[in-house]
Design a protein around this ligand. Sequence first.
Ligand code: MTE
Length: 327
Amino acid sequence: MLIRSSSKIKSSEITSHSVYQARRDFMRDMGGLALAGLAPAACSSTEAEGQSKKTQEKRFAHLERSPFSTDETPTPHSKITHYNNFYELGTGKSDPAKYAHRLRTQPWSVTIDGAVEKPGTYQLEDILKPHTLEERIYRLRCVETWSMVVPWVGFSLGDLLKRFQPTSKAKFVAFETLHDPEQMPGQRSLFSLQWPYAEGLRMDEALHPLTLLAVGLYGEVLPSQNGAPIRLVVPWKYGFKSIKSLVRITLLEEQPPTTWHLMAPDEYGFYANVNPDVSHPRWSQAKERRLGGSFFENLIKQETLPFNGYAEQVAHLYQGMDLHQHF
Ligand code: MTE
């Protein structure tokens, strides 16, 4: 996505065995990550053993494969983690991986406020405790016309929201990324987006079971360049809606302002549902390049599907809306 310069301008409180196990696994996984980050050399005598132990410590155990998963082949791990959009860590596709080490993801807290009965700021571990993590393999379609297939680890946002008891005023949900220019060099740039990166969903979109909070990738703790420690994934919308490194979730009566829509309202809509029939003002959205294949495979573009292939599950949410106007 181009930044135009100014001149151009679930939740259950019942502790079943699987919930208990996921909780234990998560605590161990997060703790393991910290250990690996703080004292990797102390883990083993050789570098190779150390690496293998580090990998094990980052892995989630006993992940169920969600029925929402696509059976398409996942994009290679190296591509998913080295071809990123995370403007807080730079505008180049390789910048996020390069600067990811700057992001401190522990401890991490998320504020949940606005139209909820139980507002507050909660440690990530407490937010995650009651949820069973599962693997969800989703297509990701960027507005820039590239796409990937990503094996996320996470749970439905709706399950989390219900725990905090939305009031009748909750019509929309606003999301915010961490704002800390010391950790995120991209936030120091003058010709840049407005920070913190902000996104939003209508309440029914947020409660839809496909809408995911991801904490992992390829069975491991989420790499920082992909939005650690917790990010949103909305698979039927262009990738920019899937906001990374979340620190605040606010339930609102009104539609919230969102980063890319503020930047270029005629180019990036609030809804941003993947739609091959509605071109971006500067390029067509009819086709996409699926990344991660061979050089020749990457040259061939494939048809983009309405709602990124999730029409059966979500098209009803937009009945009666003119999707050309609400792009
Ligand atoms: N979230 C934040 N905070 N900052 C960003 O720059 N980029 C968005 C989205 N979430 C972005 C963000 C865009 S444009 C895309 S396509 C996806 O993240 C890319 O996610 P990935 O890097 O994990 O593939």
